[in-house]
Design a protein around this ligand. Structure first.
Ligand SMILES: Cc1ncc(COP(=O)(O)O)c(C=O)c1O
Length: 395
């Protein structure tokens, strides 16, 4: 009999978004020509100036341990970025560079949460957030964001979810998977309430640079006990470099640094040098990528809305079209299966249309599927035509 694992280990399941992507990749490996609309990563290469900075770092043997919280040059560049883009004045000792925002989230939750604490999470949301909250023994409390409100979280719903056990409110604007951007007036009200009740706000701003309409606001402007997370993965097409960062009140930043020291030692030296260049170098590739994402957004949403029974709101940011597929429920596939939920629809699109999407259920809405439009316009046209043909086969 194998020796027992921990309760935490036994509670872990693979990331649901990656699991669905894996299934599609297996089908592709078996020879099927699958079009992927699954993972949230830009299809662009990392900009050349950033790659050059990394190569220079390797040539100069910048390949050893660094300070746990990140090299001073990078933390200063992040402070300058906060001042320039967000009108926030941080000092470098309030900044901790992490191995991606997934890592930043984990460290932050483990430094603020105790078992039984409640964390308010507007849904639909990136599922990693609830899994991480649960892994600490804290309790996720979901606040549903409605499609008719463009998936914007409503202040009243947050206020109604607060109890004596509430320790943290999570905001993610622009949002994965809906692309919603929280308006400044709502952010301000949430911040006032969080200040009054002495609750942490955790703001995941990874899609900040991919904002097409509406204005990105950092809640830290209005609430001191805000943990701001951001990174280079999405804006600079640097998902594999694993650089994210946390800005927090000094006491928390110090605790996060200590925990990071225990678990990863420091973020990768070469990636840190690359990230410095991302922040201080030319930003022209960011605007080019954003322009292309905007064109793809307009294209995919138009094509989705031409497919019978499907509907997608125009997302204000990020690179996902969160598509309502509930109009297909109770319809029969050519081989007699009835579609009942988002997993059934995504499986049908994968097998019949050879288009890989992600079911909305793990994000917190079983009426939707998520299509990542971080792919070419040709692929968008082809993929939507294949979905259209598959939908027309349903009875
Ligand atoms: C809302 C959100 N936060 C964070 C991340 C992960 O970012 P990183 O690559 O920096 O870990 C993702 C990735 O999909 C995301 O959607």
């Amino acid at each position: 009999m194998p020796t027992e694992l921990s309760r935490l280990a036994n509670s872990l399941t693979p990331s649901p978004t990656r699991a669905f992507d894996k299934q599609a990749r297996e089908l592709a490996a078996s020879g099927k020509n699958i079009l992927f609309f699954t993972l949230g990563e830009p299809d662009f290469p990392t900009p050349k100036n950033i790659k050059r900075a990394a190569l220079a770092a390797i040539k100069k043997d910048f390949t050893h341990y660094t300070p746990v919280s990140g090299i001073p040059e990078l933390r200063q560049a992040i402070c300058d970025k906060f001042k320039r883009d967000n009108n926030l004045a941080y000092s470098p000792d309030q900044i901790v560079v992490n191995a991606g925002v997934a890592n930043s989230l984990y460290l932050a939750f483990n430094c603020i949460l105790n078992p039984g604490d409640e964390v308010i999470i507007p849904v639909p949301s990136w599922p990693t957030v609830f899994s991480q909250v649960k892994s600490t023994g804290a309790v996720p409390v979901f606040v549903q964001c409605k499609e008719e409100n463009d998936f914007e979280v409503q202040f009243e719903d947050i206020a109604a979810a607060i109890t004596e056990k509430t320790k943290c409110i999570v905001l993610n604007s622009p949002c994965n998977p809906t692309g919603a951007i929280i308006p400044e007036k709502t952010i301000k009200k949430i911040c006032e309430l969080a200040s009054e009740k002495n609750i942490w706000l955790l703001s995941d701003e990874i899609y900040e640079k991919l904002t097409y309409s509406g204005k990105h606001i950092s809640p830290a402007i209005y609430h001191q006990n805000t943990i701001t997370l951001n990174g280079v993965s999405k804006a600079y097409a640097m998902t594999g470099w694993r650089i994210g960062y946390t800005a927090a009140p000094i006491q928390l930043a110090t605790a996060i640094t200590s925990l990071q020291g225990l678990v990863i030692g420091n973020p990768t030296s070469v990636s840190q040098k690359a990230a410095v260049e991302a922040f201080i170098g030319s930003q022209s590739s960011v605007s080019k990528m954003k322009k292309e994402f905007r064109n793809r957004r307009d294209l995919i949403v138009k094509l989705i809305n031409e497919i019978p029974h499907l509907h997608a709101n125009l997302p204000k940011g990020a690179f996902y079209a969160f598509t309502n597929v509930s109009g297909l429920f109770n319809k029969k596939t050519p081989d007699g299966k009835t579609l009942s939920n988002s997993v059934d629809v995504a499986a049908y699109f994968l097998n019949e249309a050879l288009v890989a999407t992600t079911p909305g259920q793990p994000f917190g809405s079983d009426a939707h599927i998520r299509l990542s439009y971080a792919c070419s316009q040709e692929q968008i046209i082809e993929g939507m035509a294949q979905i259209d043909a598959a939908v027309r086969k349903l009875r």
